[in-house]
Structures are given as C-alpha cells and as structure tokens.
Design a protein around this ligand. Sequence first.
Ligand code: PRE
Ligand code: MN
Length: 378
Amino acid sequence: MPGTGTERVGELGSRETEEQTAERTLQALRKELDEINAEILRWLSRRAEVVLEIGRLKLRQGINRFDPVREKEMLDRLAAMNPGPFDDTTIRHIFKTIFAASLQLQKKEEGASLLVSRKRHPEDTVVEVGPVRIGAGVPAVVAGPCSVESYEQTRAVAEALREEGLTLLRGGAFKPRTSPYDFQGLGFDGLRILREVADEFGLKVVSEILAPEDLEMALPYIDVVQIGARNMQNFALLKAAGHIDRPVLLKRGLSATIEEFKYAAEYILAHGNPNVILCERGIRTFERATRNTLDISAVPILKAETHLPVCVDVTHAAGRRDILLPLAKAALAAGADALMIEVHPQPEVALSDAQQQVNIPDFRAWLEEIRQMFGGIV
Ligand code: PRE
Ligand code: MN
C-alpha cells in the first residue's frame, strides 16, 4: 500500500507509517492506564471497606469521625515518600479528597444505621394515643388553644373537639416565650385544667414540657409530651423524654436542618422511647409574609428517611389565620400523618399568638373542607 511520508517494514513484514506506529503506542499506553485505573479503583474500594470498618468501631466507642491529626500524619508521610512526578501539593490535594470522601461514606453508613432511619426499620411506626393511631393512614388533628388561660376557655374548645369526633386536645401550660415579660402560662394549674376537661370529653392531652425536672410530675396530666421548637436541641430534655412511657411530639427547631431534626429524635429513641411524632412547624427564612416558612419538602423527606409519623403545625408555620386551609391541604397531600392547629373561643383576646388562632366556627369550617378533600380524620 502506497503511503505518505516515511515507511518502514514492520516485524511481520507489513509496512506502517509513523502515525500508525504512534497510534499503536497510544493505544498500548491507554490500555496500560485502563489497567492502572482498575487497579486504583480496586484499592480505593478496598480502602473504603477499611474506612467503613473503622467508622463502625468509632461509632461503637463514641469516637469522633473526623480525625485531623491522623489525616495530617498520613499526608505528611505521603509527601515524604512521594516519588514524583506529581508535586507534594498535588499529592496532598488528591489524598485530602479521598479522606473527605471517606468521611462522607462513614457518615452515610451511620445515617442508615440510626434508630430513626427507615433503612434500619422499613415499616411505618404507628403512635397510639388512646383510640387514635397516628401514622396508620387516617389523618389525625391536634387542636386547642395556644395557651391554657382558663377552665372555661379550654372547655369550650374541648367540647367542640368532641362534637367533631376528634380526640387530641392541645394546650400550652408552660409557655416558652421570646420575652420573659410575656405570659408564661399557668404551669401545673394549666395542666390540671387540661386533664379535667379532657377527661370530661374523653380526650387526650398534648402539652409542652420545658424542663426535664417537670416531666415526671406532669405525666399524670399529659398523654403526649410536646417538646417545642426552642427545645429541639435541649439534650437533657430529649434524654429525659426517652425514659418516659408516653409518646413525644417533637417540633423542628426554628433553624434546624432536617438532619439535626432527625438526630434530635434519635436521642429520644436511643434513650428508650420509640413513640416519637416529628412535627414540622415552619423554619426561619428571610420571608416576612408568614411568621415562618412551612418547609413542605421536609414532609416527604422525613417520611422517606425515617419511619416516624409526621405532623405539620400549620398555625405556627403561617402565623396568620387566612392560609391555614391551603397549608393543611398541602401538608396532607405531601404525606403528613397529622395536623396541628390552634383554636381559641375568642382569638382576639388570647394571651398568646392572638393573630394566628382560629375561632371555633372557623375551625369547624376548616375541618369540613379537609374532610371533603381527604375523607375521615381522627
Ligand atoms: C480516615 C477517615 C476520616 C478521618 O478524618 C481520618 C482518617 C481515612 O479516610 O483515612 C479513616 C478514619 O476514620 C480513621 O483513621 O480514624
Ligand atoms: Mn402558639
């Protein structure tokens, strides 16, 4: 075959151009690289297995995953034995990336092994509160005043709940207020009122406890202990809530990530209480049209990543009465198991959250709309 440029007779007697020789060499080198890549990948994967093993050991012993001293030692040693041609900075950079990926891997495995994780516990957890089974398919509604202010006020809401066939009465007795000069709640007097009216109408009490030392004494009055947003990372309270035989409704912190929220719930489960309801209640953003921004994405994410029932508190998310219905519909459409709403016989004179509570007729209308769209509620 006539060729351009120089020709030579190949080993097998065929003629080959310089370009053809170069092409053959390139292919051979690339083949070698493919083999090296496969070898690096095998070693990276082997390294990852060792890293996971170390991660499990560290988790069992409660040792911090990230170990900067160990990382520095490894980087220094690698730089010292670096044969080139990569310079030390490049070698350090490559290995730092490997260490970061290793940490991620350990973290991911730890996430899947959490008690709250659906990977570890695929079935939905159903939290039973008297006749109500939260997380079993029928949406539950938790309703009642922001604060327990008087026997009459609480009784009026309880009566409406009973008439609507609902069971879960909320009411704040211990109020975590932004200002120490705002109404702090009636404390144990408030709990006694809640218990009395709940018993009169066959209801169950959901109420917030602020301090671990109040928990034991509050138990005779409370059927579901609420841990409020401001206490989501009160680890002493979370641990104490793990030791009680009562369901816990845990609210997401004002600026807590979903991961931090899951870890807060993990504290309760890890200390022995499996009956936790996660409650999304809006997060703090730049938006001022609502008191908080309802993070609707949190609902399907929590449902997918955990096995716990999810509640959405539309009242504190919105901070205003006029959008509670669409928010409730959105929450249920996104997979929420329960809704929370604040109801007051005379919202305009409420001692806390006056602008966001609904009156009893509006509450009934709200329930009716939800029933029409989603069928039964409990
Ligand atoms: C490893 C991962 C994360 C740590 O920051 C340090 C090192 C690594 O990839 O080499 C492994 C590990 O967890 C450890 O040696 O303790
Ligand atoms: Mn409130």
